[in-house]
Design a protein around this ligand. Structure first.
Ligand code: 5GP
Ligand code: MN
Length: 330
């Protein structure tokens, strides 16, 4: 924890801070970023939270959401300046600069001190300080540890607690994944004592489906689920046309991959999605069947042992064919 002491020293006077997180931010990415943002704001720093892409509507209830700067072509000049002028850049929930898309080169080139807070495997060596623990259930849990280490636990209010709770809840699959530890529950207890309304957070994240999304899930389960019993795998392929037909928004396909994994005896699941600029793949697995190595070896990706992702610049057809070939030869 010597880096916590160094970070404490860095934060002992008001600083210009940028907090950033990975593309297509999920609950942990945004929850950890805004939790840290709200805490640091209370200490009198000037902070910008910058995300490389937009994020789903089911995350926009968090305090501080209105102030998040989402990278678009039109915002890029301002973002470039902020990153170049930052004293400190907190890099949350990602381990390589490629994961922040075109913010990567800007962060890499900035003279600001970089602080990595993350729980993914194999971090790139770009940060000056790091709080990195692959055993941590969520980056939000590490942000809690940092705040505690800075002596700031008394400053965790209900808003901060709900952001961090959202991060831990979503990254542990609602406290189901093996990464959920006794300590995770102790942190959550502290967040509840700080005022987190866990029912509100649960409803905001899981019970705000659009009818479109629900119908899409029904359609995907009925028409698009492919089960490869022999190799204990199941997957979906979602085309750009289907995206359009169901008016899917970012986040609407999230969770689908878990349905495939919930089939008895299935050990690995995937969703292959045709996006505007590339093919995006998400993988999930159980037990020792690792998908992070599968993602990094074949689809330019990475992640955790049981939850990983990657992408492909090839056509949808070729990507699916490659995926099937690999799976069936495993
Ligand atoms: P998801 O399937 O929810 O997009 O991602 C699951 C996990 O894999 C997350 O921890 C995420 O950080 C990681 N991941 C997803 N896509 C990529 C990718 O393209 N590259 C890397 N390195 N990790 C990814
Ligand atoms: Mn995470």
């Amino acid at each position: 924890m010597k880096d916590v002491q160094a970070i404490k020293t860095l934060l002992s006077s008001p600083k210009n801070i940028v907090i950033t997180t990975h593309a297509n931010p999920d609950g942990d990415a945004l929850g950890s970023s805004l939790g840290l943002y709200l805490y640091l704001k209370k200490q009198g720093h000037q902070i910008d939270v910058i995300t490389p892409t937009s994020y789903p509507d089911f995350l926009n209830w968090m305090q501080g959401n209105e102030e998040v700067i989402v990278n678009k072509e039109s915002t890029l000049p301002g973002i470039t300046k902020k990153i170049a002028n930052a004293d400190l850049i907190f890099c949350l929930d990602f381990s390589g600069l490629k994961r922040i898309k075109n913010l990567g080169p800007l962060v890499g080139a900035s003279a600001g001190k970089k602080i990595l807070i993350d729980h993914h495997l194999d971090p790139e060596d770009f940060a000056d300080y790091s709080l990195w623990d692959t055993k941590s259930s969520a980056t939000a849990e590490l942000v809690f540890d940092l705040i505690e280490g800075l002596g700031g636990q008394k400053d965790i209010d209900a808003d901060i607690a709900e952001c961090l709770y959202a991060g831990i809840m979503t990254d542990t699959g609602s406290f189901k994944h093996p990464s959920t530890s006794a300590k995770t529950h102790r942190v959550v207890a502290s967040l509840m004592e700080a005022g987190a309304n866990i029912n509100k957070v649960n409803r905001a994240i899981y019970d705000t489906n659009s009818l479109n999304r629900l119908r899409f899930i029904g359609y995907a389960l009925m028409e698009k689920l492919v089960v490869l019993e022999k190799v204990k795998a199941a997957y979906f392929v979602i085309t750009a046309e289907e995206h359009e037909r169901f008016h899917l928004k970012s986040g609407d396909t999230e969770g689908l991959v878990n349905y495939a994994l919930s089939i008895k005896d299935i050990e690995m699941s995937a969703i292959i999605m045709e996006r505007e600029d590339e093919i995006k793949l998400s993988f999930r697995s159980v037990g020792d069947r690792a998908v992070n190595t599968f993602a990094s070896e074949h689809f330019d990706g990475g992640g955790h042992k049981n939850a990983a992702g990657g992408h492909s610049q090839d056509t949808l057809e070729n990507t699916v064919a490659k995926f099937r070939r690999l799976i069936e030869s495993q």
